[in-house]
Design a protein around this ligand. Structure first.
Ligand code: G3P
Ligand code: CA
Length: 286
């Protein structure tokens, strides 16, 4: 066998052993050593939240009741979902700013009324098994899951939805989800748009906020110092979640949820980096 093939085989073996140890439980952590920040705690001693990205979207169509129910059935600790506004200003749960990818219609969410949006089938594109799934309203989600299952609510593209912060806050108040935060908050509101988050914070300071970050270079000491004025979490993409950035966020007193983590090996490495939550399409993998 050529030298290159031997190297490849060796690498594959190392990855396989690591995954088997991860599955075994805390053996992987024994291999990785003690927690780098706390010194004495191992990763297994900490509670790392398993957050279902757009619901358990690896198993059911994203941002539907089916995906949220699947997340609950799989034992996820929290459900992540995306919120936008319809033409008649209802808070609706959908990721893209148009309906093209997840339905058989075309058009912007902003240009469609709630009635038009809820006529669409958003399950069929994923699998015929999910035919009939509708775009939920935020209110429907709060009614079914509020207070029963922690929710990570993303205000999606708030710049094109003036008033979305007030709308979300009003609904949280209606369902009494505006309480001061607990160990695992009932609700966290997140956005890539820090101006929108600051606006939300003024309206409802009791609800914890998370700043989403996809560019690792954005996590300067200066920006982290700004975030800590209104947010309790900084949620970086997997690319932006290096050990240095995670430590900087923790040092500033905020927690870290990393997205969107799809592979077991990344999950194991993140657990050892002391993250507080992992946002994933496959919450049962963690
Ligand atoms: O929760 C983080 C993640 O949802 C942000 O990305 O595009 O899936 O909304 P996206
Ligand atoms: Ca999202």
């Amino acid at each position: 066998m050529k030298k290159v093939s031997w190297v490849r085989t060796g690498l594959r073996l190392i990855v396989m052993v690591f995954i088997i140890l991860s599955l075994w439980g805390d053996s992987a952590y024994a291999l990785l050593g003690k927690d780098s920040i706390n010194g004495t705690l191992t990763a297994m001693d900490r509670k790392i939240l398993r957050i279902a990205h757009r619901g358990a979207s690896g198993y059911a169509p994203e941002n539907t009741m089916a995906a949220f129910e699947r997340a609950r059935a799989l034992g996820a600790d929290m459900i992540e979902l995306d919120v936008q506004l319809s033409r008649d200003d209802h808070a609706v749960v959908i990721h893209d700013t148009n309906v093209n990818r997840v339905s058989n219609a075309k058009g912007l969410v902003r240009n469609m009324t709630l009635e038009q949006l809820q006529k669409l089938d958003v399950g069929l594109w994923y699998d015929p098994l999910f035919k009939g799934e509708k775009i939920p309203t935020l209110e429907e989600v709060l009614e079914r899951f509020g207070g029963k299952m922690p929710l990570l609510i993303e205000m999606k593209s708030p710049a094109i939805y003036p008033g979305i912060e007030q709308k979300v806050a009003d609904l949280l108040r209606k369902y009494r989800l505006d309480k001061p935060s607990e160990e695992i908050p009932e609700v966290i509101v997140q956005s890539f748009n820090s101006v929108s988050l600051q606006r939300f914070h003024k309206i409802m300071p009791s609800v914890p906020l998370a700043v989403l970050v996809s560019n690792p270079l954005e996590l300067t000491d200066g920006r982290i110092g700004e975030f800590v004025q209104f947010a309790q979490y900084v949620n970086p993409s997997l690319d932006a979640a290096n050990k240095d950035n995670i430590q900087k966020i923790h040092k500033a007193g905020m927690k870290v949820f990393v997205w969107n983590v799809k592979h077991m090996l990344d999950m194991a490495l993140l657990q050892n980096s002391a993250v507080d939550g992992i946002i994933t399409d496959y919450p049962d993998l963690l």
